[in-house]
Design a protein. Structure first.
Length: 483
């Protein structure tokens, strides 16, 4: 009986494990004859590498690996666990599924399934704790740069990093852990080796403000130390600035509750909010410079969209950019960060620009409407298409941007942007990718918005929509750069 070994690097990578598992299945290696290696570990019996069988002289047919999406997702989670037997467990399950036990995952009493579910639950719990207890601290001397130190139980950094990229898209940050680090530069994630806690700032001014806020919202009447320790284990306290307050707050809780009980009841008083001062009217003629235009737009009250939105999201990019991209309106991520095209649609646009070999930093990016229009559904803010009145209200800001930047080419992303630039009645799908000349001679064309691509059904429909966007943008080749 031959015994083989196979190494997976990195040990938490689904793609790496899947390639190794496919190789083992192709050579029909049973689970009990395979040693799974990771990091610097060696085979217990010094078994030769399975890759030595792939010499190319004996081509074998690819194995028929019909596994469910549920198993792939389970494998991706379990591989993040630190259990040294997780890879062999998953391969054993894969072997059983591909050798007749197609419904293995539907048997919750199976020992392999039970173990895999336990590993998955531990990783999910660790993932939740990382999302809840990572605390960023400002890097001294750098603007919008933050570092956090965290000690996860399992190898979850690659799995959790996209969450922080979406949540903190508008700032530059890094998360350091003992085994791996991740950095977000505002555009893309990059990973590196682990670090030390001393590499992260000790404290910043925001933490004292947070402790003051936390002490004031702490409700002694709802104190439940058992639940606190269950949801916020003591091992995470060293990462939390409010942890230093907890012993004192817990000790004083009884006295504060008694004080609340003894306090004389007061009749509720009607609260009449102060009248909101009327905003300063915005002049009909836009300011002369781009900076002045940006400042004026921040106080825009031309339409009602300013009131529920977080902030005005103005255009960004070089003032001498050759190309200006005009979108529809900011989305949820843009509204929170104050920067255009940083959400999912912006990430898709970045992907298209990279494939075309274009540098986003040389382009001027803006929107036809400067405030986020949305509908609330529970805690979520759902995008709502702007009306023509909103487009017209924001048109002076867009025209001011065009006049200051004076791009050689304007690209309208979506129907709303096309309406703002070409006027009402422009048929996007009939005219996408076609060049037009504006009154001042600027060349322009329209294409679909990246968010429209993302709304298409997954698979071929979405791929076809992406190819349409890419094909239209390909006309910009050779125009990238600044004057």
């Amino acid at each position: 009986m031959s015994r083989w070994s196979v190494r997976v690097e990195p040990a938490w990578s689904l793609d790496a494990w899947r390639a190794a598992a496919r190789l083992a299945l192709r050579h029909a290696v049973p689970p009990d004859q395979l040693d799974w290696l990771q990091d610097q570990g060696a085979s217990l019996l010094d078994a030769p590498s399975l890759t030595s069988l792939d010499d190319g002289r004996t081509p074998l047919a690819e194995p028929q690996m019909y596994v469910s999406k549920a198993f792939v997702e389970l494998a991706a989670i379990c591989l993040c666990h630190r259990d040294p037997q997780r890879m062999s467990l998953l391969y054993r399950m894969l072997w059983r599924i591909t050798h007749g036990e197609r419904s293995l995952l539907s048997n919750p009493a199976d020992p392999d399934v039970l173990r895999a579910m336990a590993l998955s639950q531990a990783v999910r719990r660790d993932t939740h704790k990382m999302k809840a207890f990572v605390r960023f601290r400002e890097v001294p001397g750098e603007q919008d740069a933050f570092i956090a130190w965290f000690e996860p139980d399992h190898q979850i950094v690659d799995r959790v990093a996209p969450f922080f990229a979406r949540r903190f898209a508008g700032m530059r940050w890094a998360i350091l852990t003992p085994y791996r680090s991740v950095h977000w530069d505002g555009q893309a994630l990059s990973f590196g080796p682990g670090g030390h806690q001393s590499d992260a700032p000790v404290e910043d001014a925001r933490e004292e403000l947070w402790r003051t806020y936390y002490a004031n919202i702490f409700n002694p009447a709802r104190l439940n130390t058992r639940m606190m320790q269950q949801e916020m284990p003591a091992r995470y306290w060293k990462h939390l600035p409010e942890a230093s307050l907890l012993p004192q707050l817990v000790r004083d809780a009884g006295d504060r509750v008694q004080e609340m009980h003894d306090r004389e009841a007061q009749a509720p008083r009607r609260r009449i909010p102060e009248a909101i001062a009327s905003p300063t009217p915005v002049a009909d003629t836009p300011p002369a410079t781009l900076d002045a235009l940006r400042d004026a737009a921040a106080a825009c009250r031309r339409c009602p969209l300013w009131e529920p939105a977080t902030q005005t999201v103005f255009g960004e990019g070089p003032q001498d950019a050759r190309i200006m991209l005009v979108g529809e309106q900011p989305g949820d991520s843009e509204d929170l960060s104050g920067h255009p095209f940083v959400g999912p649609a912006g990430q898709l646009l970045d992907r298209a620009l990279r494939e075309l070999g274009m540098d986003r930093r040389t382009l001027y990016l803006t929107n036809a409407v400067k405030h986020f229009r949305f509908e609330r559904r529970g805690k979520r803010r759902i995008h709502s298409k702007p009306q023509i009145t909103h487009i017209n209200a924001c048109r002076p800001w867009l025209m001011g941007e065009i006049e200051n930047v004076r791009p050689q080419v304007i690209v309208c992303l979506g129907a709303s942007a096309a309406t703002a630039v070409f006027g009402a009645g422009f048929n996007l799908m009939a005219n996408h990718g076609r060049w037009h000349s504006l009154e001042d001679g600027t060349r322009a064309f329209a294409t679909v918005h990246p968010s429209w691509v993302l709304r298409q059904p997954a698979g071929e429909p979405q791929q076809a929509a992406y190819r349409l966007l890419l094909s239209d943008l390909q006309q910009l080749n050779g125009l990238d750069g600044r004057r």
